[in-house]
Design a protein around this ligand. Sequence first.
Ligand code: ADP
Ligand code: MG
Ligand code: MG
Length: 212
Amino acid sequence: MAITTRDLQHLLALIAEEMEKNRDRLCELDGVIGDGDHGLAMDAGCQAITKAVGELDAAQTAPTLLFNIAAKAFLNAVGASSGPLYATAFMRAGAAAKDKQALSDDDLLSVVAAMAQGIHERGKAEIGEKTMMDAWGPAANAALEARRQGASLSQCLAAAVQAARKGCEATSGMVATKGRAARLGDRAVGHVDPGAASAVIMIESMARFASA
Ligand code: ADP
Ligand code: MG
Ligand code: MG
C-alpha cells in the first residue's frame, strides 16, 4: 500500500487521540518514579503535532516535510525530556522518508526503525536501562525481523506491538540508569517506566493504522 501524506496526517491524529485518552494513566506512572508530567507532555506534544500537520495541504507536502514539522511542533510544545527525544525520532522519520512522494510498506518500517535509532542516539539509553528504549528497541527489531521472514506490514507492526508490550512490562523489574528514575535506585523496581508505556501507545496506534 502507498502511504500518503494524508494517511500520515491521520496516523498522527490517531496517536494524539490515544495519548489524550491515556494522559492521566501516564501521569500516574510518572508520578511514581518521576515528576508526574509524562502524560501531559505526550498529550501536549501529540496535540501540537496534530495541529501543525493538520494545517498542511497534503497534496503539496511530502512525507519528509510532514515529519520535520511534527518534530518541531513536538519540541516546541514539550519542556520535559521526552521533547528532544521524540523531536529527534520525528526528524529521523523525516530523513527516512526523504525524496518519497508516498511511503511503501518497507518505507514505513524504515521510519519505525529510524525513530527507535534516533531515540537511542539522542538519549544514549541501551535496552535494559528502564526507558522508552525498552519498548522502541525491541519493537523496531521485531518489525524488521518479521519483515525479513516475509511478513506483511500489519503483521510486522503486530509483532512490534507485542515486543513493545513485553519490553514495557520488563521495565518494572529494572533499575533505572537514565532519566529522573535513576535517582531512585532500587526504589524504582516494581514500577513500569512511563516512557515505555507511552511508546507502546504510539506503536499500537501505528499497528492499528496499518491494519485498518
Ligand atoms: P521528564 O523526566 O523530564 O519529566 P518525561 O516525563 O516526559 O520527562 O519523560 C520521562 C521518560 O523519558 C522516562 O520514563 C523515560 O522513558 C524517558 N527517558 C528519560 N531519559 C531518557 C534517555 N536518556 N533515553 C531514553 N529515554 C529517556
Ligand atoms: Mg516527567
Ligand atoms: Mg518533567
